[in-house]
Design a protein around this ligand. Structure first.
Ligand code: ADP
Ligand code: MG
Length: 445
């Protein structure tokens, strides 16, 4: 590839990634990068500091890589970041250190999630202890292990840490990590292409099976059936199963009794929202990992109390904070924290309202809000409108009257009809079910 083309490609990627992330942040950070070298399969990009490299790697490298692959139509295409003073004059380049890209291990694990970098506090101590125990001697202590807790509290981190730990000790072990959504789509795919044997083998030959976000099997009968058999086969042969969910087993709706009782038959551990101490500990830990020194401890305190309700948001706010300070070359202060929190209302405790639901449904289906609340009854709008009413009840917990009000002054019996109909339609229509699940996920994340 020619250098000029590579530059175009990079600029294009920056634009594209800006759409998904905070645009000022992305262009601010990526504008400090420079293309260093390009070959047919590899783009080497120089970045200013170790921090910027870490930031790009954790937040956008995967997306950038995907974009490049798509644009070059080359599945092998990769990006490497090297830390070097990015100067646009002719100084000879400093020693080049090729940064390791995050490694995808066997079993679909991301090596960045380990027990070593999991910070333990009151709210996650128990879940951490049982996961660690299971990782040390899989299949013997608690089987299955069921971990549950709200969004961004470390469930995926713990599940993957179990997998990484097992593989570190025993590289030959078969560890399989997937989300239940992936399990479902892979199964459907296998059924339609006649590769169900291979699918079964993948899951049933695992020594350690880690299924993340198991709540998504709700209402999916065939998946539950298949998972039930997989579960039994592994369990009977003493293989370790670890599951995560956003709620305890008995609160997952529309799951067969026999599965719920399997889920409850081993150990059930919960993770609670982090308390102040854990938030502080996590911030200090992240600062150390990113190699940044924050002089004013008050800033951390402020961030810990105002930054976010969960660990993912806390981490995100902190990285944005440090990134912005570095790019703009200014000090990390309370004011800067405020600045960032103002830019990112989502980083505060997110309250989902009927209004948020209307917006999410409108975005998802590409139907104007005006149409959702309007009177017309054409097909394109009736379904989204019903989905909206349904989710307003399920996610917001709003009253029928309130929902009716927001949806153009409809009667509460109209809302009730819509909700019941959605409930019914979802049963027989996996596509609809997935649409609803996706909008719900967006609302709750
Ligand atoms: P969940 O799966 O529960 O939604 P994740 O496991 O994806 O949450 O965690 C969100 C982010 O917070 C991840 O980047 C994870 O590494 C980080 N995280 C969560 N808990 C901890 C912890 N105790 N120590 C360090 N990082 C954590
Ligand atoms: Mg998760």
């Amino acid at each position: 590839m020619k250098r000029k083309d590579a530059e175009k490609l990079w600029t294009w990627c920056i634009d594209e990634v800006s759409r998904n992330e905070n645009p000022d942040m992305v262009s601010g950070i990526l504008s400090t990068t420079m293309i260093k070298e390009v070959t047919r399969d590899l783009l080497i990009v120089a970045v200013d500091s170790e921090f910027i490299r870490g930031f790009i790697e954790s937040r956008m490298l995967e997306l950038l890589r995907e974009q490049c692959r798509e644009l070059t139509k080359n599945d092998q295409f990769d990006i490497k970041l090297v830390v070097e003073k990015v100067s646009r004059d002719e100084e000879p380049p400093a020693e080049v250190e090729v940064a390791a890209t995050p490694q995808r291990n066997q079993g679909n694990l991301n090596s960045k999630y380990t027990f070593r970098n999991f910070v333990v506090g009151n709210t996650n101590q128990f879940a951490h202890a049982v996961c660690h125990g299971v990782a040390k001697s899989p299949g013997t202590l608690y089987n299955p292990l069921f971990v549950y807790g709200g969004v961004g509290l470390g469930k995926t981190h713990l599940l993957q840490a179990v997998g990484n730990f097992v593989l570190e000790k025993n590289p030959g072990a078969s560890v399989v990590y997937e989300t239940s959504e992936f399990f479902l789509s892979e199964m459907i795919d296998a059924l339609s292409t006649g590769k169900i044997k291979r699918f079964k083998k993948k899951y049933r030959s695992a020594d350690v099976l880690l299924i993340d976000d198991i709540q998504f099997i709700s209402g999916k009968e065939t998946t539950q059936e298949e998972f039930f058999h997989t579960f039994n086969e592994l369990h009977n042969t003493g293989k370790q199963i670890v599951l995560s969910s956003d709620r305890p087993p008995h609160e997952i709706q529309k799951v067969e009794r026999r599965l719920v009782s399997r889920f409850e038959s081993g150990m059930v551990a919960d993770i609670q929202a982090p308390d102040y101490e854990l938030r502080m500990a996590i911030l200090k830990r992240k600062a150390k990992e990113l190699n940044v020194h924050i002089e004013d401890e008050q800033v951390l305190h402020y961030l810990a109390t105002h930054g976010a309700s969960n660990i993912r948001q806390l981490e995100g706010t902190f990285i944005t904070l440090v990134g912005k300070a570095q790019v703009l070359r200014i000090a990390v202060t309370k004011e800067l924290v405020d600045d960032i929190l103002r830019d990112r209302p989502a980083s505060n405790v997110r309250i989902v309202t009927i209004d948020t639901v209307l917006q999410a449904v409108s975005d998802y289906y590409g139907v104007d809000r005006g149409q959702l609340t309007g009177k017309r009854r054409n097909r394109q709008v009736v379904k989204p409108r019903q989905v909206g009413m349904f989710l307003s009840r399920e996610v917001v917990g709003a009253t029928l009257d309130d929902i009716g009000q927001h949806f153009g002054g409809r009667d509460h019996s109209t809302v009730l009809y819509a909700c019941n109909k959605m409930d019914e339609d979802c049963q027989g229509d996996p596509n609809l079910q997935q649409e609803v699940a996706e909008i719900r996920r967006r609302l709750e994340s």
